[in-house]
Design a protein around this ligand. Sequence first.
Ligand code: URA
Length: 292
Amino acid sequence: MEARLQKVMAEAGIASRRKAEDMIRAGRVTVNGSVIRELGTKVDPERDHIKVDGAHLKPAQPHVYLMLNKPKNIVSTLNDPEARPTVADLLRGVRMRVFPVGRLDYDTEGLLLLTNHGELSQALLHPRYHVPKTYLVKVKGVLSDEEIEKLQKGVTLEDGATGPAYVRKIRKAEQNSWIEMTIHEGRTHQVKRMIEAVGHIVLKLKRIRFGPLTLGDLETGEFRYLTDREANALRALLDRAESPHPGALSGGEEGVGGERPPLARKAGWAKARPPARLVRKGAAGPRRRRAS
Ligand code: URA
């Protein structure tokens, strides 16, 4: 099937589409022996002989996408210089080499996307595209409405002002409370630092949504391959990323399945209850569990 030369190069893992375009303009790419400098050139990777810097383009690997429910006390990289357990230890039976899209802290749980689709990964992480990431956060103490408002306006951290966060109250107990917080950037320790900036500390952090993906009831430490629908929703973000004015790559805050599925409740985590309203003091929610 014919496709634009830079797309074929990107899919073969040579470089991002933009870098591939630079390589084409620089005359580093030949198709059937002729140097091609025109960016729109269509090629058929199965029939045309494409060379970059004189070397044949390797056939594209099929793209693989999977989501892992990362447990805490696991590093979200594939290798760790300190020899701690890594997410690679949890990917039993995965033959293709996949890479985590971004990081979660050692003590953060939840949705981690892994893929061999480098171009998509770069777009999802690029601050320009504002992919929403939603976290369930257990906070020490209870955030006041003023503190929530500050988060919703954005706070100033040592590396600059953050964008606005979307905050939803989930539940409160005597000592602690739970919120759902959505941010559109991916700075290091961002949620923890934003909560600290309004005077509280994070006791537990779990990512439950990433762009159009929802963690759902995937067990901690388990992974699954994305459905075609989910993978298509991610690829649609990439197409939007390539348009001149991509705007926010939300992919729909409701997740791929349309309606938000109810959050899975695990030991130690509050249940998200729409409409989210802090329960009255003394009433600890539907199961009357006390916060630890
Ligand atoms: N924000 C944090 O503070 N930690 C994470 O792991 C992710 C977001």
